[in-house]
Each structure stands twice: as C-alpha cells, then as structure tokens.
Design a protein around this ligand. Structure first.
Ligand code: HEM
Length: 215
C-alpha cells in the first residue's frame, strides 16, 4: 500500500503544477513585475501564517496535529521583518487581505479550531512547499529586486533553524505516514489538501488581476 505522504503528494501533483504555473507566479518569478507585487504577495502570506501559527500553541498538544507543530517552522516573525523592509515601519497599519486571502485564512482558522486533520493538510501544503519551491522564489526575488542574500525581504524563505531541509522533509513525511487517523480521515485530509491548493491558486488569480503583466 502507498504511504500516506505519497498519496498526498500524488493527489496534489496536478494542482501543484497549476499553482506553480499561474500567470502571477510566472510573471513574478520571470522578473516581469515590480517589487510592489512581491510586497502585496508577502502581505497575503502574512494572513495565512497568522492563521496557521496563532493556533500552533494550542495544537502542539493535539495527538494528530501536535507532531507537525515545530518552532523551527514558524514564519510569522520572518514575514513581519520582510514586511517592515518592504513597506516601512508602518506596515501593519496598511495590511489588507484580498477576499481570496481572507477566505483562505478563514478556512485555516476553522480547521485549526475544529479539525486537527484538516489543519495538518493546510500545514503540509504550506510548509513543505516553502521548504521546497520557496527556495526558488527566494533566489529569484533576491536577483530581481536586489534583496540581500537571505536578508530582509526574503527572510520568510529562510528557515534559520533547519540545517538540512531534505532531512527535515523526510522526517515530516514519516510523521505524515504515522499520523494517528483511520483511512476515511486520511481521505478527508487529502481532500482538504486539494482545497488548500485551490485556495492558494485563488489568491494567485486575485493577485494576477491586481498586477497584470507589465512587460
Ligand atoms: C514557485 C513555484 C513553485 C515551485 C518552483 C515549486 C517547486 C517544488 C519542488 C521542486 C518540490 C519538490 C521538492 C521535493 O521533492 O523534495 C515542491 C514540493 C512541494 N510544493 Fe511546490 N513549488 C512551487 C509552488 C508551490 C505552491 C504555490 C504550493 C502550495 C501552496 C506548493 C506546495 C508544495 C508542496 C506541498 C510540496 C511537497 C510535495 C511532497 O513532496 O509531498 N508549491 N515544490
């Protein structure tokens, strides 16, 4: 039988491709958008990670979600430093979530409050992605907008306390494989992972409308 981590990866492969090749992300990574688009995207991430991480303390003791909650993953402090760099000291007053982002954050919050398995699906979709493709985004952002390597502006993508991302991802997949839920609940988690990808794609679509290609 396939491991749960493989099932999750396989089930989201098509949507991963769709998210990765969304016009906004392609334009952003292709250097066709200004730094304001990058800042707006970073701002949207703040809402998602605020939802994920404000629940982390409480879920750390949960038998299903607890093993995934790790201090070295926490992204909110890094996002806040990036936003201060991108938007200036008053960044917090200007924060605004796109409707698609608000819907995404609401869904994360609802899972965090009522459904640990669903929270794990969202956790996987974000953090394993950040540890993988996130490194591509960081590299392009540094080159396109001149941020210091692993410095302010791209700290979100730098996991200071994870020395070996490959080993970390391997262990993370082992925790997925060992998650203490039955087959039906695993299927529900796969469906929630698909929903998480769709919520991400919707945010990219909204950003694409706000920042059409300039060149
Ligand atoms: C810039 C666009 C992206 C690139 C270049 C990219 C690239 C990658 C690569 C190369 C991997 C494989 C890593 C490995 O096998 O260890 C990966 C995995 C992953 N990505 Fe992305 N990605 C992108 C966007 C996204 C987005 C938008 C999401 C969802 C929010 C996402 C979620 C994931 C997840 C969950 C995994 C882990 C799959 C698994 O092994 O279980 N990625 N990505």
């Amino acid at each position: 039988m396939e491991s749960f981590s493989t099932v999750l990866r396989t089930a989201s492969r098509g949507q991963h491709l769709a998210a990765e090749s969304s016009p906004f992300l392609s334009d952003l990574l292709g250097g066709r958008l200004g730094v304001a688009a990058y800042a707006r995207y970073t701002e949207q991430l703040w809402f998602v990670y605020e939802a994920l991480e404000s629940a982390a303390g409480r879920l750390a003791a949960d038998p299903v979600a607890g093993p995934f909650v790790r201090p070295e993953l926490m992204r909110l402090p890094a996002l806040e430093r990036d936003l201060a760099h991108l938007r200036g000291a008053g960044w917090r007053a200007g924060l605004s979530a796109l409707p698609a982002t608000a819907a995404y954050a609401d869904r994360v919050r609802a899972c965090a409050a009522h459904w640990p398995g669903g929270y794990v699906a969202h956790h996987y979709t974000r953090y394993l992605g950040d540890l993988s493709g996130g490194q591509v985004v960081r590299d392009r952002a540094e080159r396109t907008w001149g941020f210091a390597r692993k410095g302010d502006g791209v700290r979100f993508y730098v996991f200071e306390d994870i020395a070996g991302p490959a080993a970390f991802k391997r262990e993370y997949r082992q925790r997925l494989d060992a998650v203490g839920v039955d087959e039906l609940e695993r299927q529900r988690m796969v469906a929630e992972c698909n929903r998480a990808f769709a919520l991400n794609t919707a945010v990219f679509e909204a950003l694409g409308e706000e920042f059409p290609r300039t060149a």
